[in-house]
Design a protein around this ligand. Structure first.
Ligand SMILES: [Zn+2]
Length: 456
C-alpha cells in the first residue's frame, strides 16, 4: 500500500526544484548507461561494463540529484556542487593523487565510474536545459516543471527503463571533497537523501510505475515533446545526449590519466557530423549551434566566431549554459539574423581557451556545417546518408546482472520503509515548497500509480 506519506515523499523527490535539476533521474541513469554501451570496443568500454563498475557509473548519475530530494542547505549544497566542473576537477585530482591508474581493485574502479556518472549527469543537465528545454518551450509552450517528470514518464511508458542501479557510494572520497564546500555535508546527510531517492523512485518496484503515471499525465499537454524527446535529430533530446555523454566519459578517462590534449577539449558539436543545422530561421531554437567540451573551459563573452558564405560574419549571440558557469561544458551560438538555407557556415574558436586544470589550447578549432535547405535550394543539399544514431537496445552480455534485472520486468512489490514522523515532516516541508499546480499534478499522478499497484 502506498501511504499518503509516501505520496508526499515521492512528490518531493520528483519535483524538488534546483537550478541544475534538469531532466528526470531515470533519464540520467539511462543516457549515462547508453553512453557507456555505445563506446567503441576498447579498454574504457570493457572497464565501464563490468557489472559492479557499471552499477557505480549509473549510481553516480543518481547521486547527483539526490540532495534536492530532502530539505536542508547541506543536502542541496552537495547536489548542486556535484553538478559542476569544479567538483569533477577536484575528484579527478583526488584520484590522480590518492588512487592513480592503473586501477586494479574493484573499489578503485568504482570510484572512477562513480565520478563518470556524476560528470555525465552534470553534462546532460547542461545540454538538456540549454538546448532541448528551449525546443520544448518553443513547440509546446511549457517549461521545466513539465519537461522533467514527463520525459522520465515517457521513458517508462515506451518501455525504455532497463537499468536499476543499487546504492554504491565512494563515501571516503566524497566527504573529503565536500569538507571545504560545507562542513555540514556529512555521511548521514548524504545517506538520508540517497535512501529517499532509492526507496521511492530509483528502483524496479514502484519507480517505473510512478514515472509512467507522470508520462500519462503530461503526454496530451506536450505533444511535441512526446514525439521528439528521443529524437536523435533534435539537439538535446535524451537520445541526442548519448554521444556527447560518451565523448565526455572518454575525455574524463583521459583526464584521469593526465592525457587530455587541451586541443581536443571540444568533444562534440551540434549540428553533429552527417547532419545539418535544422533551420535558417533565426527566431527558432532550431537555428542554434553549440559546442560541448570534455572539460570545463573558462567562459569568455566572445570565445568563438561564426562566418557564412564568402566569409561574411554572422551576427549572433553567444550563450553560456542556461545556468551560467565559470567553467562551462557548453556554449550556444544563437543567430540574430536569418541564415541562408543550404548555406555553408564555419564556427571558429581561436587558440588560448583555458581549461579548468589550467591547460590552454594552442590550436584554433573550427567546425564546418551546412544549414538545411528549403524548397528553393534543395539542389544544394544532397543526401548525406544515414547519420550515426546511438543504440538504446543494450549490448551488455546476458550474464550481466544489470541486464538480467532489466529483462525480469517489474516485481511490483510495494515495499518501502515506514518513515513515521520523519516522513510526515518531510511531506509537510515539501508540500509547502511546491507550486500549487505542480503539487496537484504530482499528487494525482502518484495516486494513480498507487491505485494501479493496489489493483495488482
Ligand atoms: Zn541534475
Amino acid at each position: 500500500m502506498v501511504t499518503r506519506c509516501k505520496i508526499g515523499l515521492l512528490t518531493a523527490v520528483l519535483f524538488a526544484a534546483g537550478p541544475a535539476n534538469a531532466h528526470g533521474l531515470w533519464g540520467h541513469v539511462h543516457v549515462t548507461g547508453w553512453a557507456a554501451e555505445n563506446m567503441p570496443d576498447d579498454e574504457l568500454r570493457a572497464f565501464l561494463l563490468e557489472p559492479e563498475v557499471f552499477n557505480a557509473l549509473l549510481f553516480g548519475a543518481v547521486f547527483t540529484d539526490s540532495g534536492y530530494a530532502v530539505p536542508g542547505d547541506a543536502s542541496r549544497a552537495f547536489s548542486e556542487h556535484a553538478h559542476w566542473e569544479p567538483f569533477i576537477a577536484d575528484y579527478v585530482e583526488w584520484m590522480r593523487v590518492n588512487d592513480p591508474p592503473p586501477w586494479t581493485t574493484l573499489e578503485s574502479k568504482k570510484r572512477v565510474a562513480f565520478l563518470m556518472g556524476c560528470g555525465s549527469h552534470g553534462l546532460q543537465d547542461s545540454i538538456f536545459d540549454s538546448l532541448f528545454l528551449y525546443q520544448i518551450i518553443e513547440n509546446d509552450g511549457v517549461g521545466q516543471d513539465e519537461a522533467d517528470p514527463a520525459s522520465d514518464g515517457f521513458l517508462s511508458l515506451d518501455g525504455h527503463l532497463r537499468f536499476f542501479p543499487e546504492r554504491d557510494i565512494p563515501m571516503d572520497v566524497l566527504l573529503e571533497l565536500y569538507a571545504d564546500v560545507d562542513p555540514n555535508i556529512t555521511e548521514d546527510v548524504i545517506l538520508d537523501a540517497v535512501e529517499l531517492v532509492t526507496t521511492f523512485y530509483i528502483n524496479g518496484d514502484i519507480g517505473p510505475t510512478v514515472a509512467a503515471s507522470f508520462g500519462e499525465s503530461y503526454e496530451a499537454e506536450i505533444p511535441w515533446t512526446r514525439v521528439h524527446y528521443m529524437d536523435p535529430e533534435v539537439p538535446g533530446s535524451l537520445r541526442a545526449e548519448i554521444f556527447p555523454t560518451m565523448r565526455y566519459q572518454q575525455a574524463l578517462w583521459k583526464r584521469l590519466h593526465g592525457e587530455l590534449d587541451p586541443n581536443d577539449v571540444t568533444v562534440f558539436a551540434f549540428p553533429e557530423a552527417q547532419r545539418r543545422l535544422l533551420s535558417a530561421d533565426h527566431t527558432s531554437t532550431s537555428s542554434w549551434a553549440s559546442l560541448i567540451f570534455g572539460a570545463g573551459v573558462a567562459y569568455q563573452p566572445s570565445m568563438v566566431t561564426w562566418t557564412g558564405p564568402d566569409d561574411v560574419a554572422v551576427p549572433f549571440t553567444q550563450g553560456n549554459t542556461r545556468w551560467g558557469a565559470d567553467h562551462t561544458r557548453l556554449i550556444r551560438l544563437m543567430p540574430n539574423e536569418p541564415l541562408l538555407p543550404g548555406g555553408e557556415y564555419t564556427i571558429g574558436m581561436p587558440a588560448g581557451v583555458t581549461l579548468i586544470d589550467g591547460q590552454r589550447t594552442t590550436q584554433d578549432f573550427t567546425l564546418d556545417f551546412q544549414v538545411a535547405c528549403d524548397a528553393d535550394t534543395a539542389d544544394l543539399c544532397p543526401d548525406l546518408g544515414p547519420p550515426p544514431v546511438a543504440s538504446i537496445d543494450g549490448v551488455v552480455e546476458e550474464s550481466d546482472p544489470v541486464q538480467d534485472e532489466a529483462t525480469s520486468g517489474c516485481g511490483c512489490a510495494t515495499g518501502g520503509a515506514n518513515f513515521g514522523v520523519f516522513g510526515w515532516a518531510l511531506l509537510l516541508l515539501h508540500l509547502c515548497r511546491l507550486q500549487p499546480r505542480s503539487l496537484h499534478r504530482a499528487v494525482g499522478a502518484v495516486m494513480r500509480a498507487s491505485a494501479e499497484q493496489q489493483d495488482r
